[in-house]
Design a protein around this ligand. Structure first.
Ligand SMILES: [Zn+2]
Length: 116
């Protein structure tokens, strides 16, 4: 068992706990469920305001495909300013960057497009 693996008994307990939540959401809707959560804002706030690609597998921060490379530039810029982003990371062999390169007529075999 790796250190990330959840013991079987705990898996069953977690499944049972989330099943109750899912049943309540299915019965009353997500809006009603979200109104019961007193600290809901905490789920959508973070002290780590570095933009990361969803592929990077790094904890924390804000994850966007290709660190936002596929978004409209003006919309991305406005969003980053509004949230107070402190940085953007990228990684080699990024699938979203490959899509961007292909859409822009760039050489997709490079598989790495730097953000500017
Ligand atoms: Zn990526």
């Amino acid at each position: 068992m790796s250190h990330h693996e959840i013991p079987t008994g705990e898996k069953e307990a977690r499944f049972a706990a989330q099943s109750v939540i899912v049943a309540r959401i299915l019965e009353n809707g997500m809006r009603a469920y979200s109104e019961e959560i007193t600290d809901l804002d905490a789920a959508f706030s973070t002290d780590d305001k570095v933009i990361r690609c969803i592929d990077e597998g790094t904890p924390g921060g804000v994850h966007l495909a290709g660190s936002g490379i596929l978004m409209d530039a003006a919309q991305l810029t406005a969003s980053l300013r509004a949230m107070g982003a402190t940085g953007i990371t990228s990684h080699s062999h990024c699938g979203a960057a490959g899509l961007y390169a292909k859409a822009q007529g760039l050489d997709p075999s490079l598989r790495y497009v730097g953000l500017v």
